[in-house]
Write a protein that binds this ligand. Structure first.
Ligand SMILES: [Zn+2]
Length: 492
């Protein structure tokens, strides 16, 4: 088989987190009864006039700035004309042209496995409106729900020739982009609900060739994993087509999650002519320098910058820092704990360890009012709990095993760890006299093991430690127990 390289262009659509739709005052929400959030404007009745949503325009501007784009000081909305039942007006309001989108010629940096970064060039960031949804009716036939029609939609398209050259790149690009959008507060980022939708176009060419192959577009990818698997599958499928003497056809393919394979949806004979023209109902947009600077000033520290800062300032591993940064609420929780005097590594270990696991198991969230999961119950564990717990461990008031038990109680009750220690008298035994006598008792009642240990079976040290911990109800300082055991075992 020849050596092929894959190239991936990405089109990402994000539904914007506005209160109302793009050109009318209908509410933006997920689910609900079909056609209950519609009005004459968004179902395109004649005689209505659209009024652009200022918040949506500024969200796209903010995203374009965060993606290092050139901003189109003046830009217009176009009508993209085509006929399909999910489009009530017969056209979709969008933005056409190379330098007309709100943002163009930008880039997003993604981390590489070697610890560096790679720039993925962005061709355009523009604003448009979403379409309705066709649905199959239970009794047969199809219906259309226009609740989604007119919801503000942002499209972000990568540059050609593509910088994305592997399934891993494709996944990482989407991970970073989604995370950035959530940090900016412009989308809730829910891929499973279609708030962020990704349509990669994939082609392969022989290594060394400058001629790009025919692209296929992939749809229905609703997780990061699906994007990675989908790109890998398409690259392999295209290679097999070429190897068997065939040609890759330009087509749109769907992703089947269950079989982890793609299937033909439709063949593209030629590019459809959308007859774009400036929408006569909408006045051109203009951004002043002041407006751009005001929006720029609302951009928070972005995920990649945060990741690099956590690595550098707190000596956290890529993996640990990545977990903390992946969710903005989670990162804020971490930073709040540090502001309260928490030690970074210890706080990180609790968060990425027991805390994350228990949140997951209980379906709770770490922060109140999280935009991405408003339905979740907020955990009783606050940053100050972790700070307190980490201090109890670092000043040796309790040992690691006790800390885990205490944390479980904090999670259930919201009590402060130091209060639990006081109430239950859980202080770690560090009195060397008490430990020495517990060790002596254990050795006296386990004569044969002592003999075996002295005969060279040193792995038995674990057994002795276990016995002493049992005798002290788990409260002895394990290091002191170890030291005392070694001392007494080598003694006589
Ligand atoms: Zn409406």
């Amino acid at each position: 088989m020849a050596d092929y390289v894959v190239s991936v262009g990405m089109e990402v659509h994000a539904e914007l987190l506005t209160q109302s739709k793009m050109f009318c005052r209908c509410k933006v929400a997920f689910g609900g009864m079909p056609n209950t959030r519609v009005c004459p404007v968004c179902i395109g009745l004649p005689g209505t006039l659209p009024v652009p949503n200022r918040a949506a325009v500024e969200m796209v501007l903010k995203t374009a700035l965060a993606l290092n784009c050139t901003i189109a000081i003046d830009s217009v909305f176009h009508r993209k004309n085509y006929f399909y039942p999910d489009l009530p007006k017969g056209y979709q309001v969008s933005q056409y042209g190379d330098t007309n989108p709100i943002g163009y010629d930008g880039y997003l940096e993604i981390p590489t496995p070697e610890g560096g970064t790679k720039k993925i060039k962005i061709r355009r960031v523009h604003l448009e409106e979403d379409t309705g949804k066709l649905m199959h009716l239970p009794g047969g036939g199809s219906g259309v729900d226009y609740n989604r029609a007119g919801v503000p939609l942002m499209e972000i398209v990568t540059e050609f020739p593509p910088d994305i050259e592997s399934p891993d790149d494709a996944r990482e690009y989407l991970v970073q982009l989604r995370s950035l959008l959530v940090y900016l507060g412009v989308t809730d980022g829910k891929m499973a609900e279609g708030s962020v939708r990704c349509e990669p176009n994939i082609s392969i060419r022989e290594k060394g060739s400058t001629q790009y192959g025919t692209k296929t577009e992939l749809k229905n990818l609703n997780s990061f994993r699906a994007v990675q698997l989908g790109v890998a599958f398409e690259a392999k499928r295209q290679a097999e087509v070429l190897e068997s003497g065939g040609t890759v056809r330009q087509e749109t393919r769907g992703w089947n999650e269950a079989t982890e394979s793609s299937f033909l949806m439709r063949t593209k004979e030629s590019e459809q002519d959308y007859r774009y023209f400036p929408c006569p109902d909408l006045i051109p947009m203009h951004f002043s320098e002041e407006q751009i600077e005001r929006v720029r000033s609302t951009i928070p520290e972005l995920p990649l910058a945060k990741l690099q800062r956590y690595r550098a300032d707190y000596a956290l591993s890529d993996y640990d820092a990545g977990l903390l940064v992946a969710d903005r609420d989670w990162a804020m929780f971490f930073e709040e704990a540090l502001e309260l005097g928490g030690e970074a590594k210890a706080i990180c270990n609790w968060m990425n360890g027991d805390f994350a696991k228990m949140l997951n198991e209980s379906g709770q969230g770490a922060m109140a009012g999280g935009k991405s999961h408003p339905e979740r119950k907020t955990s009783l564990v606050r940053p100050e709990h972790l700070v307190d717990l980490a201090k109890l461990v670092s000043d040796a008031t309790i040992n690691g095993k006790m800390a885990k038990e205490i944390f479980a109680e904090v999670f259930d009750t919201g009590k402060m760890p130091s209060q639990i220690v006081e109430e239950k008298g859980l202080r770690q035994v560090t009195d060397t006299g008490a430990i020495a006598s517990a060790v002596a008792e254990v050795l006296a009642s386990n004569g044969s093991q002592v003999e075996a240990y002295r005969g060279g079976k040193e792995s038995l040290i674990g057994f002795f430690v276990g016995q002493v911990m049992k005798k002290t109800q788990g409260r002895a300082n394990p290091q002191l127990v170890q030291d005392e055991l070694k001392k007494q075992l080598s003694g006589d």
